[in-house]
Design a protein around this ligand. Structure first.
Ligand code: ADP
Length: 506
């Protein structure tokens, strides 16, 4: 299959969250299954042109935005150590900025224009290459317009479209007077197209027009069809429920592997678990915390957003600290949480390590050096932190929601079953109780160490999820009248007939 995969962030070029991890790994796994995948993303300032050997392949591509023509340069590179081509759409005005979508917690006011430009540039550029996609796979609101362009404006025939929801909480909402920037007219401002309570939503461009829709865990695929998690689009999703699927994300063990991770102080693996604790000492040191090996260290790496459970954590902080532990947090996002965490650090300097910013090296050191990993999310489409933690022998403490419910099972000391500490009610009390159970279990090393060993053996690599995406692509193709199963059996039948005739001719 030929797959065009559009994402607004891709590891290792630019990242703010899990979407980048997925976009950097799933296409490689698909290409290893024999499919041809081409990626497209914006060329932000963060993309290191020299390091990734970007080559300019197109100069001054005209792209219509609103009533003007803007120009895109296009660069090309590859995902390192793969065959996967990545095209970068460049325009200084739109993408040569400090942030991807926002700065200091405030969204760029021209995000609609930026991603309309990006999406139309993709539509203009791809036909100029020799690559003819059978599948166009878009991710979240930033690239959703590509799907509506393929269906309604450029009318790419026989191209099947797939829309992946990585987070329903971001609807790509804009005031209606910006609709013209997308190039669409008022015919797209109806409740069954892009209109959303008087504004318009770019997420709807994906949900309404995609042949199939998926999200990143089975539980979240169900949850988004409810009022509680659907963010106002649960009705639309329910009406399309026959086309909504859940496929769990994998993780890329070339990046996330304590045996080879170049960012951590001491490499270790299943046969050398004691070395993990050199990373713990280093983590405590870097964070100015007392180097006590018997005190449990709880790590947290996250966007500082309401979704991630900071309100219940803020109220639980004092009680958690009284349980005798250290908490190391790395994150960036809402200013209110920056302030909250800095104030907490002042109050508990010996128990809290606070790192405000985006820092991949620190993230890897936290996965390696922590005993537990905390994810008290209000909702969580898949969550990668718990899967990465498993590999690093760090036990997750999570709220039972979305992908966390699918991947973390509450530990039962009687049977030894389970792989983390899970709480259900979204409350500080339930969170503290789960942390307490984790700390109590941690104190008994005869129980704790086998648990660490068990989770380090888990395999959440991309191969099996990539196969599920291939099945999803086949479903999308069927919707546009292309049946790969019958096409290949028809070809086989023709080949059989051919060989018989050839045989007769002999
Ligand atoms: P989300 O996509 O909602 O942000 P996920 O758990 O799916 O959450 O993915 C988060 C990814 O981003 C993980 O790879 C995590 O390690 C990384 N990450 C999040 N915040 C930071 C940060 N401040 N610095 C470095 N890495 C981060």
């Amino acid at each position: 299959m030929k797959i065009l995969y559009a994402s607004s962030e891709i590891v290792p070029f630019a990242k703010t969250g899990g979407l980048a991890d997925v976009a950097g790994a799933l296409p490689v796994a698909l290409s290893e299954l024999g499919h041809e995948v081409v990626l497209v993303m914006p060329k932000y300032r963060a993309v290191d042109e020299k390091k990734f050997d970007l080559e300019k392949v197109f100069d001054g591509l005209p792209v219509r935005v609103a009533d003007r023509i803007e120009y895109a340069d296009v660069y090309r590179s590859k995902i390192p150590n793969s065959k996967v081509t990545v095209y970068f759409i460049s325009n200084r005005k739109y993408f040569d900025r400090d942030g991807l979508y926002q700065e200091r917690g405030v969204d760029y006011p021209d995000n609609c224009e930026r991603f309309s430009f990006f999406s139309r540039a993709v539509m203009e550029f791809i036909p100029k290459t020799s690559f003819v996609p059978q599948i166009v796979h878009c991710n979240d609101w930033q690239t959703a317009l590509i799907i509506s362009y393929a269906k309604k404006m450029y009318k790419w025939p026989k191209t099947a479209t797939v829309y992946s929801i990585h987070n329903m909480g971001y609807l790509g909402l804009f005031p209606k007077d910006q609709l013209f920037k997308t190039g669409f007219g008022w015919e797209m401002f109806t409740s069954d197209t892009l209109e959303f309570w008087g504004n318009f939503s770019l997420t709807k461009a994906g949900l309404v027009f995609a042949d199939v829709i998926n999200t990143v865990s089975e539980t979240y695929a169900q949850e988004i069809q409810t009022v509680e998690f659907g963010c106002g689009l649960d009705g639309l999703l329910k009406s399309r429920h026959a086309d909504v699927y859940g496929i769990l994300n994998g993780i890329d063990y070339n990046v996330w592997n304590p045996e080879t991770d170049p960012q951590i102080v001491k490499n270790y693996g299943i046969k050398s678990i004691p070395l993990k604790y050199e990373n713990k000492a280093a983590l405590q040191r870097i964070n100015g915390l007392p180097e006590k090996d018997n005190l449990p260290v709880i790590g947290m790496i996250t966007r500082l957003a309401d979704q991630k459970g900071f309100d219940i954590l803020a109220r639980a902080l004092e009680e958690i600290i009284q349980l005798k532990c250290q908490l190391v947090i790395l994150g960036t996002g809402d200013l209110k949480y920056h302030e909250l965490l800095l104030a907490a650090k002042k109050k508990y300097p010996r128990n809290l390590g606070i790192n405000l910013g985006f820092d991949s090296a620190m993230a890897q050191q936290i996965y390696a050096g922590s005993d537990m990993f905390l994810m008290p999310s209000r909702y969580e489409p898949c969550g990668l932190g718990q899967l990465i933690s498993y590999k690093y022998g760090t036990i997750p403490v999570v709220r039972k929601t979305g992908g966390l419910a699918d991947t973390v099972h509450d530990y039962d000391p009687k049977t030894g079953k389970g792989d983390g500490f899970v709480f259900t009610e979204y409350s500080s009390a339930a969170l503290v109780a789960a942390v307490k159970r984790a700390i109590d279990t941690y104190k008994n090393k005869k129980v704790w160490m086998p648990l660490v060993e068990k989770v380090m053996c888990y395999d959440y690599s991309w191969a099996s999820s990539a196969r599920k995406y291939v099945e999803l692509y086949k479903k999308a193709l069927k919707k546009v009248g292309v049946d790969l199963e019958t096409t290949s059996s028809a070809r086989k039948f023709a080949a059989d007939k051919m060989s018989k005739r050839d045989f007769l001719l002999l």
